[in-house]
Design a binder for this molecule. Structure first.
Ligand SMILES: Nc1ncnc2c1ncn2[C@@H]1O[C@H](COP(=O)(O)OP(=O)(O)OP(=O)(O)O)[C@@H](O)[C@H]1O
Ligand SMILES: [Mg+2]
Length: 259
């Protein structure tokens, strides 16, 4: 089982879209995937199911009211499972502020899970992080073996990226020596936009092979899909956005195979 955090503290850069659609594309290749929603906004959750249907979620998990085993839900996508979010996560930083080892709760949940009898097997766990560097993201980074960073092609993207990379290094040093950057994926890419092309050039110069070759284009079908409660791969499998996420999944699996 490989655990991958999809993180960027900047809002609206395509974390959730990438988490949902990369998971779906991986599940389509018969990998068993657990998608975890750690964001109080619950966008990944509403992509995949009606929110009111369950009582256990990532908030009850991180506040020790439920185990991972009992909090996982099936979804309408074969091989894709979900740990839903709850809006209660908005208070998590405050609630856990003075708790010892609060950054290790997700890691502990996985340790407990590994001891369960008759537990399901997952090939990949993808964690959709909130747009902050608070306790939920910290838990994801402490637990994950790798970080995938969606980066929107825009002017301030690189400043946020430098901060995120510093945090990843700090978490690696202090809590999680195995943590690595799996890659940076450019999202909402628009070839006609000069600034976009400039950002791509900068990122390529700085990060070389860390950057995934697959770029996710700006595509209206991607933005329509959530309102239909579907990953774009189910909503319109032939659109450019779906093809890009299928290619990203291929490249993802190639990188994983090289480890
Ligand atoms: N490639 C794309 N083309 C068009 N629209 C996109 C694309 N990727 C994401 N979007 C849209 O941009 C918005 C932000 O995307 P998304 O929710 O995935 O970002 P996020 O990083 O998870 O945001 P947050 O930080 O709030 O959690 C959404 O409305 C989404 O539908
Ligand atoms: Mg999101």
């Amino acid at each position: 089982m490989r655990i991958i955090a999809i993180a960027n503290q900047k809002g609206g850069v395509g974390k959730t879209t990438t988490a949902v659609n990369l998971s779906t594309a991986l599940a389509a290749t018969r990998k068993r995937v657990l998608l975890m929603d750690l964001d109080a906004q619950g966008n990944t959750t509403s992509h995949m199911m009606q929110k009111s249907l369950f009582s256990f979620n990532s908030y009850t998990l991180l506040t020790l009211q439920s185990s991972l085993f009992e909090s996982i839900q099936t979804t309408f996508v074969p091989n894709l499972f979900l740990l839903p979010a709850s809006s209660d996560l908005a208070a998590l930083d405050l609630e856990l502020a003075h708790m010892p080892e609060r950054e290790k709760r997700l890691k502990q949940a996985f340790s407990n899970f590994s001891l369960e009898k008759n537990k399901p097997r997952y090939d990949y766990v993808l964690i959709d992080c909130p747009p902050s560097l608070g306790v939920a993201t910290l838990n994801a980074l402490v637990t994950a073996e790798a970080v995938l960073i969606p980066l929107q092609c825009e002017f301030f993207a690189l400043e946020g990226l430098a901060q995120l990379l510093r945090i990843v290094q700090r978490v690696k040093r202090n809590f999680n020596l195995q943590l690595n950057i799996l890659g940076i994926v450019l999202t909402m890419f628009d070839t006609r936009n000069t600034l976009c092309r400039q950002v791509v050039q900068d990122v390529e110069n700085h990060f070389h092979d860390t950057l995934f070759k697959t770029k996710i284009p700006r595509n209206v079908r991607i933005s329509e899909a959530p309102s239909h409660g579907q990953p774009v791969l189910l909503y319109d499998v032939r659109c450019s956005g779906s093809l890009a996420y299928i290619n990203l999944a291929k490249e993802f699996l190639e990188r994983e195979a090289q480890l």
